[in-house]
Design a protein around this ligand. Sequence first.
Ligand SMILES: C[S@@+](CC[C@H](N)C(=O)[O-])C[C@H]1O[C@@H](n2cnc3c(N)ncnc32)[C@H](O)[C@@H]1O
Length: 376
Amino acid sequence: MLAQERAAADVAAGRGEAMGTEATMGREDDLDEKAGAFVGRLFDAGLGGFDLLTVYLGDRLGLYRQLAEKGSGTPDELARRAGIHPRYAREWLEQQAVSGILEVDDTQKPADQRRYSLPAAHAEALTKPDSLFSISPVARALVSATQALPQLLRAFRTGEGVAWSAYGSDMIESQGDFNRPWLVNLFGAEFLPAIPDVHQRLLADPPARVVDVACGVGWAAIAIAKSYPKVNVDGFDPDESSIDEARRLAKESGVDDRVRFEVRDGEDVGKEGPYDLAVVVEAIHDVSRRVHCTRRRCRALHVRGECSGVPPGWSRRAALGCYRDGDARRYLPGLRNQGGVPGRGGPSVRARVPAVLPAHALNRSSVKRGRPWSGP
Ligand SMILES: C[S@@+](CC[C@H](N)C(=O)[O-])C[C@H]1O[C@@H](n2cnc3c(N)ncnc32)[C@H](O)[C@@H]1O
């Protein structure tokens, strides 16, 4: 029943004073409008969730790749090319067309004769992992977040952490692939050269030593080694699967002679310094005992410069229209909520390190001799 109808019924039933009824109607109108908008927003999120689940299928089964490389196809053709069942191919194609991800040539044709194609702009976002428009990692992150929900429910009750490994390879790869575009395209080519003393040191002799703390699958370390041919980079992360993948990627990228990945906790890097530069990409908020870890990294190692944060990549993608600048402030806490606090011991230290660094984090002011960047 709408607010007006409720108010009219109240009056008819002799409930409420005429004077008070108008004010009540106004309040209830407002409540209906806000509730409708809120429900609409969450319903849209539900539609978006289904889109991402089907994007996951298209990504993992290679369906987008088949359409991008071999052109449009009927359900049977796509099923043959990708090695999937034709009935499932048809369901997936129809959902993708209704959702506007794929185009269909003629909806009047019988279902098995319709040809589906992937528009070039969508192929850029769904099939090119180095592109700044790449988006399929978000689908993988969402799917893998659900995998660890039982552990997360437990963690909410006990305050313990959820190990990064609990999310499986989808999360590990999606995390790497999410930052990969800006790391391989911009980190060594634009962001580090914008900090002149760091840039000079990375080019100079004796070869600089760099550490990528909480390196995940290692794209930051690889990007630095590729941009600066003299430097030696150590990448440390306690997650074994991430390190295995990082080693594979370093080899594939041809930098495994200068990039060393080790299964190590961030706190351990004190044993390996001194370093000329330490980088932490999208991980300060993930590292348990992070204040301790950061102090050790910067003070005990006499680190010359530290560049922290994911925002440069976010800002660049925001400028391309991929999302609004402020979306990082919703996405990262969302992801972090799914992730609990990884590692041992859970949230044992309340850090003053901001969970989401602002867009200006990677500039001269974030590079301080022997001191961690401590927020705006
Ligand atoms: C969000 S991922 C970021 C990975 C990578 N830097 C990237 O941008 O793709 C966070 C990483 O922090 C690592 N991590 C968690 N606790 C850590 C610790 N105490 N020391 C070092 N790394 C840690 C996790 O294993 C995970 O790989």
